[in-house]
Write a protein that binds this ligand. Sequence first.
Ligand code: PHE
Length: 354
Amino acid sequence: MMNLDHALQEISAAPSLEALHTLKVQYLGKNGLVTQEMKTLGKLSPEERKEKGRALNEIKEKLTAALAAREAAIKEQALQEQLEREALDVSLPGYAFPSGGLHLISQIQKELLDIFRTMGHSVVEGPEVESEFFNFDGVNMPEWHPARDMQDTFWLQPPEGFTIQGPFGESVNDLGSALLRTHTSPMQVRYMVQHTPPFKIVVPGRVFRYEQTDASHEAMFFQLEGLVVGEGITMADLKGAITELARGLFGAEGRVRFQPTFFPFVEPGAQFAMWWPERQKWLELGGAGMVHPNVFKAVDDYREKLGLARAYEGVSGWAFGFGLERLALLRYGIPDIRYFYQQNRLSFLRQFRN
Ligand code: PHE
């Protein structure tokens, strides 16, 4: 006869589920000790059988209960150990991953484009390497025109066989020398050659001027050009659009001021300023005006050369152009334009992280 206390002790000390299983087989399995005892019952007298049978059943129940209890205990312990092993202290500070952000000028460009998109303008871009024709002659600045002195130019010496391509990708050999565009206005000509009015566009992009850099001058900066052409377009439309721009930038109090000035590609021409409500002052921003008839004529002449119908007789239009860095300098009180690109200092740029 087996020793019940010993068996119960073994079970409660079983270190693992495997060990527990071995014990279960040893006592209750097909050839287990209890099972074997059960098989001897048949040889006993009814009296003895009844007594021993009851005793064996009791033993079996106790063992079964002990096995189940130990199994639960082992599983619970394993779970506790796993929880401890995998514990995560969510109160610990995390790792800061370095992340990028948009350059202030990119942010401003995006803001400006969004404002003009709401007014129905398409956004188009053009080449930075331009020809004399699109940059100057096409916008009413012929070679002898004193206005060419207004913009000092980076002239390029392109490699053998390089030609500037026109708006349709055509190579035209009388477009003059190659240069880095001094303003975004050449896109006026390119776009008008390729499209017929009416349309509204804005042209963001980099421009280049060959000049000494100082706190307010850079050799490379960004401009935004606007152009609207159609029947019956007037200066009032121009003022309305620039006023919307001012409201988009400075809220409902945004206002604009126009003062007459000269640009060869507009007539009449104006410089415009925006009212800065927070500082109660005018920000002198850029130039604008009604598209000069000579610009329309240059466009139509070019179209004719390509075999296209003239499309700009009897229409009118307005244009504007201004520098993004200038807007940023004034709006944020930044003392030096060189912070943007030459120094490209992160401690500066991070202050404008979005
Ligand atoms: N292209 C001019 C400049 O760079 C700005 C301008 C654009 C003025 C369109 C009038 C109309 O200074």
